[in-house]
Design a protein around this ligand. Sequence first.
Ligand SMILES: [Zn+2]
Length: 244
Amino acid sequence: MAPQSQPTRLAGIWSFRHWLAPLGRRLFGTLVRVETTEPLVALTFDDGPHPVYTSQILELCNVAQARATFFVIGKHAAAHRDIVTRIRAEGHAIGNHTFTHIRMPQTRRRRRWQELWQTQQVLLPYRVHLFRPPYGGQSYGSRFDALLFGYEVVGWTFHIEDWVYQPAEQLATRLVEQIRPGSIVLLHDRLVNPRDPNAADRSNLVSALAMVLPALSHTYRFVTVPELLRTGKPVRVPWFRPAL
Ligand SMILES: [Zn+2]
């Protein structure tokens, strides 16, 4: 019996590890980084667009020939359609960050769908395939919603706590110290309901980027999340946590 059952069991293990598990991660996982030997990094900016700071960041990206990904809030995108158009025209990617920055796990499904759908409508004619849950909050139910909408859910590799007021030099140092090939970096071109009111002014982040982007762009190529996905092996993890 042993010689017969052994291959069956091995085949079972093989199919789970090599087929089912990756499929599960593809369908229900959250992208946190990409394995790549190339010096590619994806900067991501949440909560915008903002009429002043987003434009300043776009300028800096142009100078450094950097491309980024903007996870916009539908309400803000509706108020600043010109900036959305500019983001796309300049080669950056756009993702959905809900219409009013809701806490997904604490919100009823009907409202969650409304928030995703409304934001998609504002972003037309652009087809958006990326979603980042506000506060990084995700439940099994809200991850399933993202799957139904056909989104890649994007988390992050690291952040520099840019929602807390810090001097530009400190923000710059934290960015430089943590950056690695394949990283997805969480940043904010705007802040919704900041706990630290001083942090609503994004000038320090803009200054930090102005300090480090030109030099970093000699070592790294800053690309959009879709481009990063095309050039490396995506690392998706189970990411289920409350929106605090
Ligand atoms: Zn946010």
